[in-house]
Design a protein around this ligand. Structure first.
Ligand code: AMP
Length: 289
């Protein structure tokens, strides 16, 4: 695995791979790699002979009171995992490389970035799309793979590449979970034992609503209430629980259609957790203890 920190060197390395006739897969991450990230590497492999992983904790997607300073950073271990999985390039720039002195340009996402996570994290998705655009410009034509754990992010990036004619194919992979159902997240290492147990309330809430949906319930308000009961009952502080159109991310009538995104965010202590399930599409969530 080749570690690159300089953007122009990464751009040249990607161009070189393509010139040699290889398709390139790109997996953008913030590091502290886990099996969720590594599933994206496997997904990239299915569409590309060469895979690049970027590791960059992007400051512009964090709000002033968020966990930028506390975000876990484990570059040595990340490199080892990339090496084991046969990743070809790891791009791990410093902040000054990605945001050079005098920089001022931002991508503005618009309405797709104002619902769900965007409602409580203003400008978050502008920051995401700004850094993802930079990464796409450096990588050049490729298949970029995103996790559906960050469902809204995936949809927004997909929209952005279409809107801005960026020659990148965006693909997504399903959420990877712990055996007990908790969605893997780099932030999980910051959960204290009590909060780790409470965190399960999130997937339990989604599973409860999914079960009811499978049994035929199409009343949006009642499904939401079922999820909320579990999540709040576990002692989590709810940010949102929403039922929206899985593509437009817009509100749905109370009599739900046959395909619905149920997405939720909640705090376990000071750790913000997100999870989601597409009702009418995703397989049944695991039974949680
Ligand atoms: P992050 O490092 O948290 O910014 O995530 C980088 C990429 O990995 C994003 O596309 C995430 O959606 C994806 N990802 C993170 N956790 C998971 C998970 N548990 N399952 C699948 N993909 C994930």
């Amino acid at each position: 695995v080749r570690l690159i920190v300089d953007p122009s060197e990464f751009q040249a390395a990607c161009a070189e791979l393509r010139a040699a006739g290889h398709r390139l897969g790109l997996v953008p991450t913030m590091g502290a790699l886990h099996e969720g990230h590594l599933s994206l590497v496997r997904g990239a492999r299915q569409h590309a002979e060469r895979v690049a992983v970027s590791i960059f904790v992007n400051p512009t997607q964090f709000g002033p009171n968020e966990d930028l300073a506390r975000y876990p950073r484990t570059l040595e271990r990340d490199l080892e995992k990339c090496r084991e999985r046969g990743v070809d390039l790891v791009f791990a720039p410093e902040v000054v490389h990605m945001y050079a002195k005098g920089e001022s340009t931002r991508v503005s996402v618009g309405s797709l970035g104002e619902t769900l996570c965007g409602a409580s994290r203003p400008n978050h998705f502008d920051g995401v799309c700004t850094v993802v655009t930079k990464l796409f410009q450096l990588a050049g034509p490729c298949t970029a793979v995103f996790g559906r754990k960050d469902y809204q992010q995936w949809k927004i990036v997909e929209r952005m590449t279409a809107d801005l004619f960026i020659p990148v194919t965006v693909r997504s992979m399903p959420i990877v979970r712990e055996a007990d159902g908790l969605a893997l997240s780099s932030r999980n290492v910051r959960l204290l034992p009590g909060a780790r147990a409470a965190a399960l309330g999130l997937v339990r809430g989604l599973a409860r609503a999914q079960g009811a949906f499978i049994e035929g319930m199409r009343d949006g308000a009642r499904l939401r209430e079922l999820a909320l009961l579990e999540i709040e009952g576990a002692g989590l502080e709810v940010d949102y629980v929403s039922l929206v159109d899985p593509d437009a991310l817009t509100a749905l009538p109370d009599a739900l259609p046959e395909r619905v995104l149920l997405a939720a965010a909640a705090f376990a202590g000071d750790v913000r957790l997100i999870d989601n399930v597409v009702l009418g599409e995703d397989p049944r969530l695991p039974e949680t203890p």
